[in-house]
Design a binder for this molecule. Sequence first.
Ligand SMILES: C[S@@+](CC[C@H](N)C(=O)[O-])C[C@H]1O[C@@H](n2cnc3c(N)ncnc32)[C@H](O)[C@@H]1O
Length: 275
Amino acid sequence: MQIKEALRSILTDQEMDAMIWSYDRIGDILITTIPESMEKKENLIGEILLQAHPTIRVIGKRIGIHQGEFRTRELQIIAGENRKETLHKENGIQLYLNPETVYYSVRMAGERLRLAHLILPGERVAVLCSGVGPFPLTMAKHSKARLIVGIEKNPAAHSFALKNLQLNKAEKRVRFYQGDAAHILPSLPHQFDRIVTVLPTGDTSILVNCSLPSLAPKGILHHYTMVHQGNTQTMAEQIARACSEQEKNISTITSHRCGHCGPRTDRFCFTVKFS
Ligand SMILES: C[S@@+](CC[C@H](N)C(=O)[O-])C[C@H]1O[C@@H](n2cnc3c(N)ncnc32)[C@H](O)[C@@H]1O
């Protein structure tokens, strides 16, 4: 039976209209949003979703929004097994994670692959705010980079990243460090041909500023950030200001829209090249 048909047997017409039909699937966990007015029926809804997806073992409900410096969000199980850890596959890599204790977005998988394909053989790459490792491990799988470093502050995400490093047999070219990227990056003994910063909130200039001294001459910076109402110009100006304060000459700044993250707010990747 189709999901809508099955739900029609337990929901009123009004509830059917209010239902949110988009889900995120992370490994064998299906994550949905249940409108407040339907909370009394959430376990029934969960059971129907479980029956409709034979490879799913857990149905979770999002609570609130991503928050705090680790960008985490509460997840409540409404049907299926009582666990929140899962093994997810994207771009040919495997990621073990708990979507409640770490930030992870399935919707960025295409963007991670796009970036991996830009890397030239022999490059050294640093990813600041690397989470459970999706960017570094996708890069290891799909590029011939010499070294890929990931730096992540959330200890839970870092410990999944170490596990994922082994799972994907990427130990030779990938290193993960736990701590504040602004402190760890300058302490590393290399300059990097490419630095990727993946902190979409907060003060843009902090990560741009700490990245520039570690960027090799003619290196490339990819800076992810949220942009409200398509106003990429203001963000490009902020980045340009941070670069000129450090006497770096920009040759080009381009922006690439890579996702939607809230009312009239999109995620963009700004790519900065230097002369
Ligand atoms: C938007 S998430 C991106 C995670 C990952 N790159 C991904 O694509 O799934 C931002 C990450 O930055 C981490 N973070 C926040 N402040 C940080 C800092 N100062 N240094 C390193 N990581 C930080 C958070 O814990 C979170 O995992």
